[in-house]
Every structure is written in C-alpha cells, then in structure tokens.
Design a protein around this ligand. Structure first.
Ligand code: FAD
Length: 317
C-alpha cells in the first residue's frame, strides 16, 4: 500500500489540486452509499487536470469523472484509479451572454444544473427551463442527455469542450455529439465546459415555466428518496415505435413497493429504486436485476439500465 500510495502521489503532488486518498465517493452520490476510490482529485486549474490525465494515460491508470452523483451507483467494493470531480475554480465558472437579446453562455462542466436553471430564469434567459428539478452537474447532464417530458439537455447545447485522455482540449459542436434519448456519443475524456444557447425573454414567463416543470416533477417523482432517478430507460414499444414508460411496465409486473433488504421500489414511481439510510448499493443492484427479470417474464421486454455503475471492473452503463 505504501509503495502504491507513493507512486500515485507523484501523479499530482506538484499540481494545483486537492487530493484525498481512499476517498468515500459512494457517500458523494445521491444514494449516499457505496464504496471508496483509491484517490479523489479536485483540480483547481485546467492545466493541472491536463497534466494529471496525461500522466494517468502514460501509466495506464483509470480516470473517472464524478459529477453530482445523481445517476451513479458506486459498487460497495469501490473503484481503482483516479476519480476527478470538477467542483473547484474554473470548472464552476459561468459567463452569461452580454447581449440583451441573449446569446451563448460559457459554463464550466462542474456547475450545478439546478442553480443554472434558477439563475437563467432570474436573468430572463430561456433555454434551460426544461431541465428544472434535474439534479446534475452540467457535464453529467451532457453525458446523459438529461431531460424529461419538457425537453432535454441536447436542445440547449451549442458546443462542448472536451479534455481527451492524452490531455488535449477539443471543441465539439452539438451536431457531432449524436445526442439521443438519455445518451450521446461523447468521446472518451472529460467535459470541461459547454456553450449553451439562451434567448432573452420575459423573466416572468421563464420563471413560470421553471415552476411548471418543477411542480410536475415533484408531483410524479419521489425527489427526496435516496435514488439515482429512473433506474431504466423507457423502452421502445415495437407496435408503435414510440417509447413506453418503464415505470408503468414495472407497475404492471407487480413490482411497485417491492423491497430487497435495504433497497425498495418506490410506491410513487416504479422506475425509482430507493435505498434506506445506511443501506448497500449491492442491494440496489440486486433489486434492479430482480425488477428487470420480472418485467422480462411478465411483458417479454428487457429493460435497459439508465443508471451508470462503477465497479472494479470499470464503468457499466
Ligand atoms: C431525484 C432524481 C431525479 C432525477 N430526475 C431526472 C430526470 O428527470 N431526467 C433525467 O434525465 N435524469 C434524472 N435523474 C438522473 C440524473 O439527474 C441525470 O442523469 C444527470 O444528468 C446526472 O448528472 P451528474 O452530474 O449527477 O452525473 P453523475 O451521476 O455524477 O455521472 C453520470 C455519468 O456522467 C459522467 N460524467 C459526469 N460529469 C462528467 C464530465 N464532466 N465529463 C464526462 N463525463 C462526466 C460520469 O462519469 C458518469 O458516467 C434524476 C436523479 C435523481 C437522483
């Protein structure tokens, strides 16, 4: 352990970062459960992150990015390698459009999406209100193309800045990101920032839309449970070609309210798997498998997991 720690400290000891060894990253997710990372690094500058990524790449050390942890399960056994979180310095900065007619905002990928929605509404800028109530960092929202009944992240994005695993920065226009339902073709690397298209409008109208979206979410989803939002993607119904509600399929399969040790299927929304305080993410994963099997048996449909799982085997989504 001493040798490994010494070796790994050489990765960041001369960089402008905060580092925590054996970091309890599971506790930083919305499940507030799960294992630890060998090291959690909070870079303060883009240059430090570039050098870190380059060194990790040269030494074959895995680098993962933790956003707000709202779509993530960390396996109880934890993960090897480096976990980066963009919660410091430049990664949180926002440059709002100067023009009164709106324009492009340049936003650090670590910025909190809910705060961005509120602040854009306060400024009378339309373009993010469809995302009200979704817990995320901007980088995580891009990676997952977060959204819902009112729209998704893709419709706001103009470009992203990506740091490649070898430490190079490239700007990728939206058209090259292949945004689709709850996904995009993000190349390997870390989203550093995005430009978001915002239009000036009546602040009262934007605030009313934010309120409408937020109230709809609060009414239909168990927002205060420990969860990662919807566990499964809404599958395509072959008879209509349209997506159908995974929550409804879970409900019809009789799984609403089912418990497995510390994990439970929400009574409010069948696609949310909650966890009691002090519970285990292994229980969540076991219950998700049981739900998947029951829906397959009942409806002949294999649900695809939306939530990302980190384990010693890597990232699985
Ligand atoms: C109560 C609740 C309600 C929710 N409601 C919704 C909803 O309505 N609609 C919806 O779509 N989702 C919803 N979710 C899920 C979640 O909010 C979204 O998936 C969100 O986009 C996750 O962002 P995050 O920053 O938390 O990412 P994380 O969970 O931290 O990470 C998710 C993935 O994104 C990657 N990632 C994070 N940041 C970066 C980055 N900078 N660069 C590259 N990769 C990165 C991670 O490595 C990981 O693979 C909900 C979750 C909860 C807990």
């Amino acid at each position: 352990m001493t040798t490994m720690t010494t070796l790994r400290e050489q990765l960041w000891s001369d960089l402008d970062v905060e580092a925590t060894l054996d970091a309890p990253i599971g506790a930083l997710t919305w499940y507030e459960a799960g294992g630890r990372a060998e090291v959690l690094i909070l870079p303060r500058t883009i240059e430090s992150l570039q050098v870190l990524c380059r060194r990790c790449c040269e030494q074959g050390i895995a680098v993962r990015t933790l956003g707000s942890g709202a779509n993530l399960i960390v396996d109880d056994a934890g993960v090897n390698g480096v976990v980066v979180r963009l919660s410091r310095g430049a990664f949180q900065a926002t440059a709002w459009p100067q023009e009164t007619a709106g324009g492009l905002a340049h936003i650090g990928a670590g910025a909190d999406l809910m705060s961005l929605v509120q602040e854009s509404a306060r400024r009378g800028l339309a373009g993010l209100s469809q995302l009200a109530g979704i817990p995320a960092s901007l980088g995580g929202a891009v990676r997952m193309n977060a959204g819902g009944s009112f729209g998704d992240t893709a419709q706001s994005i103009h470009t992203i800045e990506l740091l490649t695993p070898v430490g190079e920065i490239c700007i990728i226009p939206k058209v090259d990101l292949g945004f689709a339902y709850r996904t995009c073709n993000l190349p390997a690397g870390i989203v550093l920032a995005a430009t978001v298209a915002l239009a000036a409008t009546d602040p009262v109208k934007v605030r009313a839309h934010v309120k409408e979206v937020f109230e709809y979410k609060s009414r239909t989803q168990p927002m205060s449970d420990r969860s990662a939002g919807c566990m499964f993607k809404n599958p395509i119904d072959p008879s209509t070609g349209q997506r159908q509600s995974a929550g409804r399929l879970i409900d019809l399969a009789g799984m609403k309210g089912t418990t497995l040790r510390s994990a439970f299927v929400s009574e409010r929304h069948g696609n949310f798997i909650g966890l009691h305080a002090g519970g285990s993410t292994n229980d969540v994963l076991a219950l998700a498998l049981a739900v998947q099997q029951r829906v397959l048996d009942h409806a002949g449909i294999r649900l695809e997991r939306e939530v990302v799982v980190w384990s010693q085997r890597g990232e699985d989504s």
